[in-house]
Design a protein around this ligand. Structure first.
Ligand code: ADP
Ligand code: MG
Length: 328
């Protein structure tokens, strides 16, 4: 017998993940949550629409991982801890195979990242998934975009450009032929299962002056910190973290475009006051934080890119517009 709305919710979404503070979860008119004393609620929401944010043939497990993780990345960027989420699911039809895989993947990630599904909404229509995630942070400790000062160092976590390279596998943007199955798989994983930098966000709470996650591309997102902080920024292209195997996949201009303007990497970009740089660098040296310094905040508006050209150790300004980056 076909699933109706209520049996579908009961079967696939009644108990996913665990988190403290759930006074009332799925099944009533609304959830009731206990927020720990002295903490603030941090709330974010993201929608993924089939054919817009992922290909129509994407696996249900991949969609689930991506939708929860991009929300977790926002929570990480705030220096907060995830707690609870709601799921608004619009489905063309109640396909049980699809629902089983989707809810299993969502359940796995909810367990992995210590958050619980506490409610949602289920409707019929073109495939679309919205997750709203609630986290907590000690009062006044959230990392925002607006706290940077001129002279603060700019860092990014992990490596950049891989998610943008993955888009070329979907036929979006210029085509790049990627022959090796292992590399294709790594890129797809990078796109569908971004690693939310939650531990990093917590470590940076008392060290960073501003932070965000890179969803629109480094230049655009660092531009958001600069604008919110009424500053500018400069970065050194040679310092950008790019995997060497990625560099081998395309010509340098394409790689630079992936790294600077490709979104979806979900790494953190954060600024650090000079007096905290030694502490951040110590975390990096101890292997407790994977990040590199790529530049600094300045008083001149905009984000400017510098490069060491040829053997000349003189820094030169790279005109991003001339290089074909239309975003700025
Ligand atoms: P209401 O009509 O009061 O909005 P619903 O019939 O939409 O209630 O939902 C019934 C219960 O099931 C609610 O507790 C709601 O939060 C939960 N729910 C509905 N859809 C989902 C879903 N996709 N995932 C998790 N919980 C859901
Ligand atoms: Mg409803």
């Amino acid at each position: 017998m076909a699933l109706n709305e209520f049996s579908l919710i009961e079967k696939y979404f009644s108990s996913l993940g665990k988190a403290p503070g759930v006074a009332l979860g799925v099944g009533d008119d609304a959830a009731v949550l206990d927020i720990p004393e002295g903490e603030q609620l941090v709330v974010t929401v993201d929608t993924l629409v089939a054919g817009v944010h992922f290909p129509h043939n994407a696996l249900p497990s991949d969609i689930a991982h991506r939708c929860l993780r991009i929300n977790l990345s926002d929570i990480a960027a705030m220096g907060a801890q995830p707690g609870w989420f709601t799921l608004a699911l619009t489905l063309p039809d109640p396909n049980e195979g699809w629902l089983r895989q989707f809810s299993q993947a969502l359940s796995d990630d909810a367990e992995l990242f210590n958050c619980a599904l506490v409610g949602g909404d289920t409707t019929a229509g073109p495939l679309s998934i919205t997750i709203q995630l609630f986290g907590t942070v000690p009062k006044g400790k959230a990392l925002t975009r607006s706290g940077a000062q001129a002279g603060d160092a700019v860092y990014v976590t992990g490596s950049l450009g891989e998610a943008a390279a993955a888009l070329s596998l979907f036929g979006i943007g210029d085509q790049v032929v990627i022959d090796h199955e292992a590399e294709r798989e790594t890129l797809l994983q990078r796109f569908y299962r971004p690693e939310p930098r939650l531990p990093d966000g917590l470590k940076l709470r008392d060290l960073a002056s501003a932070a965000l996650d890179i969803s629109d591309g480094l230049l655009a997102d660092l531009g958001h910190i600069a604008k919110a902080s009424h500053l500018g920024a400069e970065i050194q292209l040679e310092q950008l973290p790019v995997k060497s195997w990625l560099k081998a996949l395309a010509e340098p201009e394409r790689i630079t475009e992936w790294v600077l303007s490709g979104g979806d990497d979900y790494e953190l970009c954060f600024t650090v006051p000079q007096e905290n740089c030694a502490a951040v660098d110590a975390l990096i040296e101890q292997g407790e934080l994977s990040a590199v310094c790529i530049g600094q905040m300045t008083n001149e508006p905009g984000v400017r890119c510098f490069s060491f050209e040829g053997n000349d150790m003189q820094r030169s300004l790279v005109n991003i517009e001339q290089s074909g980056y239309q975003h700025f």
